[in-house]
Design a binder for this molecule. Structure first.
Ligand code: IPE
Ligand code: MG
Length: 231
């Protein structure tokens, strides 16, 4: 979810207004994914690098996060959405963590779309945490280093048990990954829009999904046509 600040500045508004408007895009997008029956939507809310921002902007983001956790509960429940959170807890104010936990618990038995919120998340940090866990298991004798598989690594990431993303949508035109789900996006299709996050709407989502549906995903193999030609 990029471009909140740029969108606001273009409207002559303070950056934080872009974040506030971004919450409306989160609601629209989440409800539309639930309506479409999408298995999982992961939103990159706050990266582990975002702490470099001015304190007033961070305070505003924390306030927005707490408000979101409380106010969106009815929408989450009405749409049968299950909320999960990935990232490190440190640095997140206690009160915000408390509301995060309440929303997670409340929605735990929902069976529709999983809404995974990446908060204080970084892909490299996630790998560091996974390596630490695996190394301590190895030291304790419960994990054999020589037999570690890709599945074992996946099972030690924050996203254990979640599907890998099929489609990665980036707003505000940036052509970079910015430390997002580095392991999990190995074969994700990338889709970039110039629209800033506060402008992102159902139509943009549909466009991304339509383009995705037309992609030829080979996962390193050949598509049916080429394979036929080769024999
Ligand atoms: C994304 O918008 C929201 C967060 C990272 C919290 P930005 O705040 O990065 O917006 P730009 O990139 O400055 O326009
Ligand atoms: Mg940005």
């Amino acid at each position: 979810m990029d471009g909140n600040g740029r969108w606001a500045q273009r409207q002559g508004l303070p950056r934080v207004e872009g974040h506030r408007r971004g919450v409306a895009s989160v609601r629209r997008t989440t409800e539309e994914c639930a309506r479409l029956g999408i298995e999982q939507l992961t939103l990159y809310c706050l990266s582990s690098e975002n702490w470099k921002r001015p304190q007033y902007e961070l305070d505003f983001l924390m306030h927005l996060l707490e408000q979101y956790m409380i106010e969106e509960r009815s929408t989450i429940m009405a749409n049968n959405i299950q909320v999960r959170i990935i990232g490190r807890r440190d640095g997140i104010p206690e009160q915000v963590q408390h509301e995060m936990d309440r929303t997670i618990e409340l929605s735990a038995a929902n069976t529709g779309t999983t809404l995974c919120l990446a908060i204080n998340y970084g892909g490299r940090g996630e790998m560091v945490d996974a390596v630490r866990k695996m190394a301590s298991e190895a030291a304790a004798g419960t994990l054999d280093p020589a037999s570690i598989t890709e599945d074992d690594i996946a099972a030690h990431l924050y996203t254990a048990g979640m599907p890998d993303p099929d489609l990665l949508i980036r707003t505000a035109g940036e052509m970079r990954i910015s430390n997002f789900l580095l392991w999990q996006i190995s074969y994700a299709e990338l889709w970039v829009t110039q629209q800033c996050w506060p402008e992102f709407c159902e139509e943009t989502l549909h466009q991304a999904i339509r383009d995705f549906a037309g992609r030829d995903r080979r996962f390193g193999g050949l598509n049916a046509d080429s394979a036929e030609g080769a024999t």
